[in-house]
Ligand binder design. Structure first.
Ligand code: HPA
Length: 298
């Protein structure tokens, strides 16, 4: 029996129903999808031929409950490339099962998307990181996954992917290289880094002891999202690229006075909005189609 809060609460037919509904409503056939993180919904602002759907109007779609997440699916084109943007994502801490959190990713797959760009806000753990830095995600740590909170737990649906997918190359090396070239051209090198993102379930920010532990484990930044979507995207053969905006420095010291809060995170996102927009748009416009190797899940 699958209930809302257990693993794999969505049937193939539900994914199919939502996809068919969207395909009937729009003539867009996106090859690229962007998941906008906290305060980053404006990444969709520059698309042409825009068609917007509110999550509440899409059959089976969850709805965003967090400030800074608009709750719209936006179809459009960037330099003639058809794309779809999620303005607002779903989190474990909202009470959604990971199946619901990752529901849109499988919709992207069935819509014909080949590449997913994930963005998020995170707290910097690496001592070299400054607030406002942008981290290209090289790898991740799925901390909830270690505790059994994993989006692929439960019966495996072979129509999406194999039982034991490889995750050692979750973030496309080619797209990371392309992004680095674009960053150099745009003159953004000074505040762009590469690093490992660690997911925690939230909703509280970390204690000092937890932050120290995450740093020892090899995390450069910490946040409450992204990893489930990336895991499901990789499982179904989508190519992934990830950007994390460092919105705060995580306290690693008991003497640090500053307290992390959601409002400051939204403020920093706004501050870097234009630059992130330029990076993402240029990446979309220059992104080549994936090769067989990019989408091989074995
Ligand atoms: N911790 C967890 N999630 C976050 C943080 C943080 O410091 N900043 C933004 N998202």
């Amino acid at each position: 029996m699958h209930t809302k809060n257990s693993c794999c609460c969505c049937s193939f037919e539900e994914y199919k129903h939502t996809t068919d509904w969207l395909l009937n409503q729009t003539s867009h056939r996106p090859k690229m999808a962007v998941i906008c993180g906290t305060g980053l919904g404006m990444l969709a602002d520059l698309v042409s031929n825009k068609q917007t759907f509110r999550y509440q109007d899409i059959p089976n779609f969850p709805v965003s409950t967090v400030a800074g997440h608009e709750g719209c699916l936006v179809f459009g084109t960037i330099k003639e490339k058809s794309c779809v943007f999620m303005q607002g994502r779903f989190h474990l801490y909202e009470g959604y099962s990971l199946c619901k959190v990752t529901f849109p990713v499988r919709i992207f797959k069935l819509l014909g998307v080949e590449t997913v760009i994930v963005t998020n806000a995170s707290g910097g753990l690496c001592p070299d990181f400054k607030v406002g830095d942008i981290m290209i995600i090289k790898d991740h740590i799925n901390l909830p996954g270690f505790a059994g909170q994993h989006p692929l737990c439960g019966p495996n649906d072979e129509r999406f992917g194999i039982r034991f997918p490889c995750m050692s190359d979750a973030y496309s090396k080619d797209l990371r290289k392309l992004a680095m070239d674009i960053i150099a051209e745009l003159g953004y090198t000074n505040f762009v880094r590469e690093g490992v993102y660690c997911m925690v379930s939230g909703p509280n920010f970390e204690t000092v002891a937890e932050a120290r532990m995450l740093q020892i484990l090899g995390s450069d930044s910490v946040g409450m999202s992204t990893v489930p979507e990336v895991t499901v995207a990789k499982h179904c053969g989508l190519r992934v690229f990830g950007l994390s905006l460092i919105t705060n420095k995580v306290s690693l010291d008991y003497s640090q006075e500053e307290k992390t809060n959601h409002e400051d995170i939204c403020l920093i996102s706004k501050m870097r909005a234009e630059m992130l927009q330029k990076m993402v748009n240029t990446l979309i416009s220059r992104c080549p189609a994936p090769t067989d190797q990019d989408i091989n899940t074995n």
